[in-house]
Design a protein around this ligand. Structure first.
Ligand code: GDP
Length: 461
């Protein structure tokens, strides 16, 4: 058995809630994750946090150590929190509304000085659509004039005391964020005034730089999970694994691999798995289950260590034949004792749900994950912009060919979200007069496309 598994106890049938961190670029997502990891390492012994592929597990006792008297381990029976390491990853949105979950809860990071920005808005829309409970980390409080670390910190030790401690400019900025959340239809307040985190969004002032507020953030996340997630976290620990593809990668010595967040059940070496792709689902056998080797053990050999079995919730790399066709954001299911056809149908049904309704005429849309593609399709739908083809992956020459044969010159365009443009495709686009718009902000892509439409319409007059 692998040491990445939580100990077998009464509580082991409750899996770890999965946390995604979202927000606008530069608002501090990576720094916040680093701070959480760093605090956990300082608080616990070596090995306090378990490094997964694409995720970091922080166990309950470590959270309790960081949060002090706010989190009494006896009051909790969830094993801790699993943080997805790729901040802003859109694929987490893909499955939640369909019964599964890549992320159970989310932290929306907002720079207090910068407020809501396009990617904040996008994240909020995605959270609302997927009905993912979230809290707001109002980050960088250390930079606000009037913030006095001496006076305001440690803000975490007493929830009651908190209310008189934040003041001046910080207060004003926090209320601005609360106002913006209200404009979006959320009932939001400072976290120490929120009683019911299921229906209300709590705003937690934090600094990913100094660590102020991080204990509060963990306390609220843990409390929220314990209160509202417990039933969802009860899983069949021995059931066949269910997960979502984060990334598809070629790995030296292992061939094509997928990084997967396993949110239910167990996956074992030699299991047959079904994985979503842009074509028919891939049916293949697990050749190796890989987890990161501890830093100290990395020598010349592989960065990975093999395990023969892994239980949710965890992040794992799966090596198997034919995985190069797998798609980020697509479902992964272990077959085990069931009929392969039945599982293939399930995966197909999940993908069909996500699949974008293509029209006969419209734009070509490419994105990095299924989740992003879905978010793009929703945004384009609202803007009444039709889609002719929507796929996960880099912009390739065949995408340009599709765009260049559009009947309407306003459709001779490709929207590329968070993906590269292959150089052949770039050349072909130039010679075919196809415009490629590339961005990691959906709203910016739409704006740029609308400008292009205006330009072409004016040119036609
Ligand atoms: P991301 O793009 O959302 O992942 O943002 P990063 O974590 O990369 O942070 C962007 C920049 O803001 C970096 O230069 C960080 O050092 C800085 N930063 C992040 N959090 C804080 C904070 O709490 N206080 C201050 N002063 N700077 C911060």
């Amino acid at each position: 058995m692998s040491d990445t598994e939580p100990p077998e106890s009464a509580a082991s049938s409750l899996r770890t809630p999965i946390v995604a961190v979202l927000g606008h670029v530069d608002h501090g997502k990576t720094s916040l994750l680093d701070k959480v990891r760093g605090s956990a390492v300082i608080e616990g012994e070596a090995g306090a946090i378990t490094q997964h592929i694409g995720a970091t597990a922080v166990p309950l006792d470590v959270i309790s150590g960081i949060a002090g008297d706010l989190v009494d381990p006896d009051d909790f029976d969830l094993p801790g929190l699993l943080f997805i390491d790729t901040p802003g990853h859109h694929s987490f949105t893909t499955l939640r509304s369909r019964g599964g979950a890549l992320a159970d809860i989310a932290i929306l990071v907002v720079d207090v000085n910068d407020g809501f920005q396009p990617q904040t808005e996008e994240a909020i829309e995605i959270l609302a659509q997927s009905q993912t409970p979230f809290i707001v980390a109002a980050n960088k409080v250390d930079t606000v004039p009037g913030w006095n670390a001496e006076e305001n910190a440690p803000i975490q030790k007493s929830l009651e005391r908190q209310s008189d401690r934040v003041r001046g400019d910080v207060d004003e900025k926090l209320y601005e964020i609360i106002g913006q959340l209200s404009d979006k239809g959320f009932s939001a307040d400072m976290y120490w005034r929120v009683q019911d985190f299921q229906n209300n969004v709590g705003v937690v002032p934090v600094s990913a730089m100094t660590g102020e507020g991080v204990p509060d953030l963990l306390t609220v996340m843990m409390g929220l999970s314990q209160r509202y997630m417990k039933e969802e976290m009860a899983i069949d620990v021995s059931g066949p694994g269910v997960g979502t593809v984060l990334e598809v990668k070629e790995e030296k010595g292992f061939g094509s691999t997928i990084d997967v967040v396993l949110y239910d059940g167990v996956v074992e070496e030699d299991d047959t798995i079904v994985v979503g792709s842009s074509g028919d689902p891939i049916v293949t056998d697990v050749r190796a289950l890989l987890k990161p080797r501890p830093l100290a053990e990395i020598r010349t050999e592989s960065r990975f260590e093999k395990v023969d079995r892994l239980k949710a919730a965890s992040g794992i790399k799966i090596a198997a034949p034919d995985l190069d066709r797998a798609m980020s954001g697509a479902p992964v299911r272990v077959v085990r004792d069931r009929e392969i056809d039945e599982v293939v149908e399930e995966v197909q049904a999940e993908l069909a749900d996500i699949a974008v309704d293509a029209e006969e005429q419209g734009l070509v849309v490419k994105a990095d994950t299924l989740g992003s593609l879905e978010a793009m399709a929703n945004a384009l739908g609202e803007a009444e912009i039709p889609i002719v083809r929507a796929e996960v992956g880099d912009v390739a020459p065949r995408d340009v060919s599709v765009a260049s044969t559009a009947e309407d010159s306003l459709h001779e365009a490709i929207l590329a979200f968070n993906v590269d443009v292959l150089s052949d495709a770039r050349k072909q686009a130039e010679s075919d007069d196809v415009r490629i718009f590339q961005s990691d902000v959906i709203y910016r892509l739409i704006e740029e496309y609308e400008e292009f439409v205006e330009e072409r319409e004016q040119a036609q007059q």
